[in-house]
Design a protein around this ligand. Structure first.
Ligand code: NCD
Length: 319
């Protein structure tokens, strides 16, 4: 098996064959989920703790369901009401949790790098469920599985990522994953929403949807991350929709069989027209949610195998 990682912190650290191993396993879980085939033995006896320091609906639910489907004991820590509010540092919170001996820790945090830091302090496997504007590896993996299933492959595709790239961990993880798998990535958005070191990303940049969407296979829309903006990045939402919102006219420049994606939550009428989002012939947004559970099952399964192996080795060494 070619998946040796101890944690899943970023796409940046994964090799193409590790990505393929994970997606192959997730693909099997996706099929079994559809057919109601349970795998309660995979994480039986293991404890999964979800720590979300930032609001989340689908990602937290998805990780929770994934753990339950694999038979783990799953606990959600309500971080908004926790002792963090009383001034406890991230490290102290981590050490406290570590003393409870979890096997898998799923963490979302508003600061980039916070999840990496936490991973250095605990004895279990850590999964990054989104850290600031840095990475959101399971989102990129579920997007990859959705694309692979819809297009039959995950290489030599032309993928447009549109909108608020600057504040998006989803965009960063996707740019990295799609690049590693040899796809062409185009970024489309206003200059104010492009990251400053964009030339290091190995992508093409467009300021116009019509030009950028020309003949692409995949159109990935992003939410305007208003909570990460400290000022006016766009003139108005109306103007933004007019120039960058995905509607039928703009989509007509992509390939006729191009798929439309969005990580959610969506702002209808801001970055995407509701009718496009609901068009079952083009939109794979619900499939993304479905693949999310399967990808998280695969990620936790693989990390749990590595964890068991390392614990076994440690036991033998000290026996
Ligand atoms: C994304 C996130 O939290 O980064 N959402 C998600 O995980 N489904 C994107 C977003 O919030 O816009």
């Amino acid at each position: 098996m070619s998946f040796r990682a101890r944690h899943l912190l970023a796409i940046e650290h994964l090799k193409p064959d590790e990505i393929t191993t994970l997606l192959d396993l997730a693909d099997r879980y996706a099929t079994d989920n559809r057919n109601g085939i349970a795998h309660k033995d995979v994480l039986a006896g293991m404890t999964q703790i979800n720590m979300f320091f930032e609001n989340s609906t689908r990602t937290q639910a998805s990780f929770e369901l994934a753990g339950q489907r694999l038979g783990a004991d799953v606990m959600n820590m309500a971080m908004q009401t926790s002792s963090v509010k009383k001034g406890e540092t991230l490290i102290d919170t981590a050490l406290t949790l570590n003393a409870m001996h979890p096997d898998l820790l799923v963490v979302r945090h508003p600061s980039s790098g916070a999840v990496d830091l936490l991973a250095q302090k605990v004895n279990c496997a850590v999964l990054n469920a989104g850290d600031g504007a840095h990475e959101h590896p399971t989102q990129a993996l579920l997007d990859a599985l959705t694309i692979r299933r819809a297009k039959g492959r995950l290489h030599r595709l032309s993928v447009a990522i549109c909108g608020d790239i600057a504040h998006s961990r989803v965009a960063r993880s996707n740019i990295m994953l799609l690049g590693k798998m040899e796809n062409r990535v185009r970024l489309i958005g206003p200059p104010t929403l492009m990251p400053s070191q964009i030339d290091q990303f190995g992508v093409e940049v467009f300021g116009d949807m019509k030009e950028g969407l020309k003949d692409v296979d995949v159109v990935m829309m992003l939410r305007l991350q208003k909570e990460r903006m400290d000022g006016g990045f766009i003139p108005s939402e109306r103007e933004y929709f007019h120039r960058f919102g995905l509607d039928a006219e703009k989509l007509s420049h992509a390939k006729p069989d191009a798929i439309v994606m969005h990580p959610g939550p969506m702002n209808r009428g801001v970055e995407i027209d509701g009718t496009i989002a609901d068009d079952i012939n083009r939109s794979v947004i619900q499939t993304q949610v479905e693949m999310g559970v399967a990808v998280r099952m695969a990620a936790m399964d693989l990390l749990a195998r590595n964890l068991r192996l390392s614990r076994q080795t440690a036991k033998e060494t000290y026996a």
